[in-house]
Design a protein. Sequence first.
Lengths: 350, 514
Amino acid sequence: MTAIGKGTAPAAERVPARPLGERAARLGYRYGLVAVLAVMTVAFAALRPAFGTWANALIVLQSVAIVAVVALGVTVSMATGGFDLSVGANVSFVVMVTALTMVRFNLTGGTAILTGLLAGLLVAGANVLLTVVCRVPDLVATLGTMFLFQGLALIITSGESVSAGMTVDGEPAPGRYTEGFLWLGSGTIASVPVPVVVMLLFGAAVYVFLGHTRWGRALYAIGGNARAARPAGIRVERYRALAYLISGLCAAVGGILLSARLGRGDVGAGDPYLLQAVAAALIGFAVLGANRPNALGTLVGALFIGIMINGLTMLNAPYYTQTFVQGALLVGSLIMSYTLTPGRRERHLT
Amino acid sequence: MAGPAAGPAGPPVVAVSGVSKRYGATVALRDVTLEIRAGEVFGLVGANGAGKSTLIKVLSGVTRPTTGELRLRGRRLDLAGPLDARNAGIETVHQNIDDGVVFGVSVAENLTLDALARRGPGRFVTRARTRAAARAIAAAAGLDVPLDAPVETLPASLRQRIVLARALARRPELLILDEPTSTLSAAETETLLAAVRRMAADGIAVLYVSHRMSEIRELCDRVAVLRDGVIRETFTAPVDPARVVAAMLGDDLAARAAAVPGGGAATGPVRFAAEGVRTRPGAEPFGLTVRAGEILGVTGLVGAGKTELLEQLYGVRPLVSGRLLLDGEPYRPRDPRHAISAGVALVAEERAAQAMVPTWSVRAHVTLPHLAAHSRLGLLRRRSEARAAARVIGLFGVRGPGPDAPIEALSGGNQQKVVVGRWLEGEVRLLLLDEPFRGVDVGARADIGRVLRERAGRTAVIVASSDPQEVLDLADRVLVLHDGALAGELRAAEATAERLAALMAGRREPVEAR
């Protein structure tokens, strides 16, 4: 055996050059999804001149903003190896709570935002209680809270939609959506829709949080190997609770934006956001070869879905093909990150 | 207990002749020859990596020997898989009991699992038929269990007996028991040993693998000792545990012990003291001290309680009893984070499972326990992280493709340098190392040992290993644990192979609960 004396600290030893095919696969894996997105955008723009306009870009962004915000929360919960199935129900619940606050109780828009955020954190608290305290597996625990809060949203509104002028106990409801609150859904800041601004802010925040702070590093460590994170001094339970709180907060913000956009509290309005948000986050695994939940990937994933649906709609593809297209996109990305990853690794979602 | 009577001299049931097994360049078994006779309990012992598991795998059909042959009752066996072995009459009960039972169904159904898997008349399983079959199986094994109870409500020992009863129901020629008592209490162990004796009395050949010398002595008619894939010695009852352990450890131990550096006269202040600690509830309490600048070795056979002790000192598991003092101050870790902030660090036993995050870079592994020190306002400072990684790489001579490469790209020894070295990045007052040299090559071992020696001036170190040689290479003093209790303490310079082997085998034991 070679004895290594002092002062022979070897620096990085040279890695042998990889064969061309493997390098191509690596490049393909890293930039494949982004390339497909670029090609698709150019193709849509060529086929339909109306697609490639600033106005349409804003429409696409607007359409994905809420999904993206919710998906960013899902991304954080996935980073710890968790899985938050309750985000859709959370959005629905927050929509109802904000609508009730303004319409039924005639309170201000600011109060509605506050109650909405608290409602979202309540859902998150239930998740924390179940997963961290009671040690129920994430997937089934959040499935449980999903049903609970879908149901609770129905109970607090007697199963009906909430809109201005609805009758409560035989009398018309006293309040209505305030102008300020509605601005969150349809207003603009320097011609950019407010939800898009919120999406960009949250995207940047989650990007920095997950990728560049010690808390994000700790979350990824737990997702990577919780058994190794604990002896390294990471308090796993606290971080898992934090992840669910962030996920619940993002869902609450998504719910507030959706409520403002709808201008009324529709029953089950947020439910479809679960699958779309999960899809966006999972597609994000394959962006830039991250092979793990990440904020940039999630934004690209949400955008991918939005651009595809917008473009196909312009090409007169019937609306009922949208779900299938999303599914195909998701399956393709999953194969990319689970099967085609260079030096494929074992990874577990839950 | 004088040990079992001299074994029966019947014809061999199983004959292993000239079996070798190679995995690539590694030789796991070399020219192993042994015979097990009907009605005999044949013990197999050896340190970790000695080749026990490989031999079990060969006999149970999991793997084919590279050369050599197996014979069962004189007929040559060619086992293509575990099912072949079972059909030939070789049953194996593995160490992990719960691999052998199906949770969520009743005892009766567990006892009759094999019938479920067999093709045969009667497509429908009726409760009555299952119960009748289960009752017969349980009765044959002398097992009294509630047949309708869900299997998970039974204690581990009874689950173990269910697995055994099922194996017996197939009327095996050879029964292989792989560390069957590792999760059982003393009383449960006694029951199991009695059951094994009955099986042998019924004429079954039993291959009994265990780390516990007291069981080996009580139960086995003959004992073979494996070391480095070779059967070094075979003992016939009555077996002297100290000689068995000496054979396990090898002859060069004495020579190495004499050449110990330092020789253990650390004069620093007492850095860490433990009083009245126990490895597990019910075990005998003991105390220990480590001085700053001292390396304390802890050795003992597998299951002696080394990991349990270290994990208590690090807050991974709650302190069973007693109190701890760190630099004279009371210290009672709630969790690893708390221990780390007090200046205590642990390099855990299983590197891949307990210290590594798959796909993460060397740099991220180095800084993971010290993220706060590498961040400002929560934002990680990459340059500070890179410097830390470079320090560890330099200090230990980590060889590999650099700090940004995934840790899997490093050899086992270099991985271990990283997970040991990362603790030296912080202000560590007491460093705990659990089996730090498992799967670590000689060169890396030397590098780690050199750094620990250098650092010992500032840090107190406790190194635990079931290989006393590893401990002797490094430590000033050695504690020997046996069966959860402190068997003795030796200055490294005074440690001879005989004394160590005797202590590890539990020579000190005055009484044994019988």
